[in-house]
Write a protein that binds this ligand. Structure first.
Ligand code: ADP
Length: 467
């Protein structure tokens, strides 16, 4: 099959989270199974600077954006995974310091930026030879694509994947004019949402198939509690909705080959993991002896259950454990972690920022990983942790619930509160103290297969049902 993925992120060139990781790995895995796969994203400044071999093609597309007609040159390269990458050039939209916004504020023209992007993707698809059969749109930034395809009756099948329902691309109704779509699409059966325009809603209602990133999340988002206001729209499409657990790039996240960590190891050579712990402690000038080291790598936002981590931290620190935190986000959380590091200078290290290499070293060097997300569409760090023998403690929700087996490959807690999380953390601490059980748990955890190859047939099934 010939599939064109449209998304706003691609690891390692332009990434803010798990979306970019999926776009790097899933198309490559499908390509490995013999499909013709390409990815299209905006020509961000970051992409321009980091994607080797990126060159402009002879192709340019014209896009109507409200009253303007804008031209976009198409650039092309091959990603490090061998997948063709197209990039849509429009410097006034994409040649900026960040992908979505700065200083905690979204860019004021995100509606224009991503409506433009979605329209340019469709125009590109029409110009490609051979034409893609499937346009696979990801998240709100590309969610207008299915609606454009339907309204223009174009010969593509469309799939929308929701990586996080909390981000919907909601804009003032006046921005609807940028779509140049007939007015009746700004009605509740399409984009209209409480007097505003909701791009993700349009994608949900008009895509031929809708997927999300775990079976658990696919069920949860049909409820009022987790539906983020779109459970009604999702209910009408529940026959077309599938949850497929994300995989990981098992080459990039492989402790036996990871060049960024102090000592490579696998399930048969676990003692070498200790060297990574020593190196991490030394790097952060921590001293906790043989006590357990907890790790957190996360956007520091409400979704990630940061307040639970902050409230159990004093208890585990008083027992002598260590804590390493890598992340950025809400200033309040950043400040509270920094305060904790001042209170416990020998036990707590906090690194504010985004650092891919340090993320690997934390996964390799910690004993226990904390991921008590309030909700979690899939989550990736629990997989990376398991692969690195770093036992995850997770909230039993969404993809976390689907990927961790309680007591077998990690620890889970049901109720989102300090008490249940604290209990699970204590169970982890007890297990850590059991020198017989702990390595058995680590080895079993490391032997799980979370590679994308296992997920490919599930996506193929969806594509095949459409063409
Ligand atoms: P989300 O997409 O909601 O942020 P996921 O767990 O699905 O959460 O994916 C997060 C991805 O971003 C993972 O690859 C994780 O390692 C990475 N990540 C998050 N914060 C940081 C950070 N501060 N530094 C490096 N990597 C990070």
């Amino acid at each position: 099959m010939n599939i064109l993925f449209a998304a706003s992120e691609l690891t390692p060139y332009a990434k803010t989270g798990g979306l970019g990781d999926v776009l790097a790995a899933l198309p490559a895995a499908l390509r490995g199974n013999g499909h013709s796969v390409s990815v299209v994203l905006p020509l961000y400044r970051q992409l321009h600077a980091s994607l080797e071999g990126l060159q402009h093609t002879k192709l340019a597309v014209e896009v109507e954006l409200g009253e303007q007609t804008l031209t976009a040159r198409i650039w092309q390269a091959v990603s490090r995974d061998g997948v063709t990458v197209f990039a849509i050039e429009r410097d006034e939209f994409f040649d900026r310091g960040n992908l979505y916004g700065a200083n905690g504020e979204d860019y004021f023209d995100n509606a224009a930026r991503f409506i433009f992007f979605s329209k340019a993707v469709v125009a590109l698809a029409e110009n490609l030879d051979p034409r893609p059969e499937i346009l696979h749109a990801n998240d709100w930034q590309a969610a207008l694509i299915p609606l454009i395809v339907k309204s223009e009756q174009l010969p593509f099948k469309t799939v929308l994947t929701i990586h996080n329902l909390a981000y919907q691309g909601v804009f003032p109704a006046r921005d609807f004019t940028l779509t140049n779509l007939p007015g009746f699409y700004l009605k509740p059966h399409a984009l209209e949402y409480y007097g505003q325009m909701n791009l993700l809603k349009g994608g949900i209602l008009f895509a031929d198939a809708v997927t999300t990133v775990s079976p658990g999340y696919a069920k949860e988002i049909l409820t009022e509690q987790h539906g983020c206001g779109l459970d009604g729209a999702l209910m009408t499409r529940r026959e077309a909705l599938t949850g497929i657990l994300n995989g990981i790039d098992a080459e990039l996240w492989n402790p036996a080959k990871d060049k960024w960590i102090a000592a490579q190891y696998d399930a048969r050579h676990l003692p070498a993991k200790e060297k990574n712990k020593d190196a991490l402690l030394k790097f952060f000038k921590l001293s906790i002896g043989r006590q357990p080291l907890f790790g957190v790598i996360s956007r520091l936002v409400e979704q990630k259950g940061i307040e639970l981590i902050l409230s159990v931290a004093p208890e585990i620190l008083q027992q002598g454990a260590g804590l390493v935190v890598l992340g950025s986000g809400d200033a309040q959380y950043e400040a509270e972690f920094k305060k904790l590091a001042q209170q416990y200078p020998k036990q707590v290290a906090v690194s504010i920022g985004f650092d891919e290499q340090l993320a690997h070293r934390i996964e390799a060097g910690c004993d226990i990983f904390l991921m008590p997300s309030r909700f979690e569409p899939c989550g990736l760090n629990q997989f990376y942790s398991m692969r690195y023998g770093t036992i995850p403690v997770v909230h039993d929700i969404g993809g976390l619930g689907d990927s961790v087996r309680d007591g077998e490959t990690g620890l889970k807690f049901r109720d989102f509160n300090t008490e249940s999380f604290g209990k699970a953390v204590n169970t982890a601490l007890k297990l850590f103290g059991d020198r017989k059980k702990w390595p058995v748990l680590q080895i079993r955890t490391m032997q799980q297969d979370f590679s994308w190859q296992r997920r490919v047939p599930e996506y193929e099934k969806i594509y095949q049902s459409l063409v």
